[in-house]
Design a binder for this molecule. Sequence first.
Ligand code: PLP
Length: 435
Amino acid sequence: MQFYSTNNPALRASLEEAIFKGLPDDNGLFMPVEIPRLSDHFLQNLRNYSFQEIAFEITRNLLHADIPENEIRRIIETAIDFPAPAIKLDDETYILELFHGPSLAFKDFGARFMAQTMSYFNRKEGNELVILVATSGDTGGAVAAGFYKTPGIQVVILYPSGKVSPLQEKQLTTLGHNITALEVAGTFDDCQTLVKKAFLDSTVTKPIRLSSANSINIARLIPQSFYYFEAYKQVADQGKPVVFSIPSGNFGNLTAGLLAQKMGLPVAHFIAATNANDVVPEYLASGAYTPRTSQRTLSNAMDVGAPSNFARMLDIYCSTWNNMRQDISGFSFTDAETKVAMKEIKQRYNYIIDPHGAVGYLAFREFQKTNPGHLGVVLETAHPSKFIEDVESILEQTIEVPERLQSMSASEKHAVQMSTDYADFKAWLLSRYTI
Ligand SMILES: *Cc1c(COP(=O)(O)O)cnc(C)c1O
């Protein structure tokens, strides 16, 4: 499969190049040159395929020229080893639980698939690959869990001391093995600056094979298309047109849904659900795109003022507002509305939803007002216990914490203390990873 840059359709890259570079040199985003349709036989018989078999068929259809079939099978079996069940609230409303992976958020799908794919391409290299990631919290946890014990790959995660939640810090600092956490005495921007400087420093990149694992890597988008098919399979027998409501920040998840539709999944409509950071709903309503500084909200993994995947969405719709509006509706909600929805879902359906999923639920209810007769699948992007303080205080009850989270909380923190001085970071990298 070939990729081009959203800034320059003539620029081409292979899958391997696109994965290891992350971003094209012209600062666009990689997009597949062709998104092949799946066979009608597959699309009409989804119910006969397990989730792993669906993931395998999609990946084979996209990447058969890049990765041998037996390796694709191994990648899928290792990366996609947890389910994505669609839970029924009522005849027209389902919740797609995407939190059954190790870090309890949908980002596990992308991180685990990327880790296995990188490991495959790195197999012929003598050197270990060192992945550098700066995190403000959430992404780092999924990357750490995703790359944990992946052969040939070391991961270094830089996080700002005192500025991530206690649970997020546990996710970064307790795994060990090939995952090393650097606790930086500074801000997230300081972490990002250290990482950027290392990538530009040939005295580091010559002796050490560096790569990034940022959220716009195309290898994350591919596996996020799998669960749209898996969800569709579970609700198709209801016979209603299916719409997906997607709580969104950087819009990677929604973009993956658009790819699924291009591959032939008969999705009737997409709903872009946001908190107060509403630049995309605003664009869909008015045609004006005005990126701006993000605001802090209850659903903080969606606090994005300039969504990185918007360029991919525009690319899919040839930058035509009217085309995009035909497939996607946008709605935004306040924290107060989100809290009411969380309580309502608990009272009416005895289901505990996290603040991000609640925004998706609200958006589907809004869509229903003018579009009756649809079946809505609301993506639940994280387990409510990831936001336990907020969820317990809003619902006025204690909630259950999954075993994998409890054991993490009990493990001991290991982090290397690091200043914001690049010379220190560089010296540490060279002493640790030069052979
Ligand atoms: C990352 C994240 C989102 C936003 O996903 P995008 O693909 O960036 O739109 C939503 N909810 C949770 C819990 C997340 O971690």
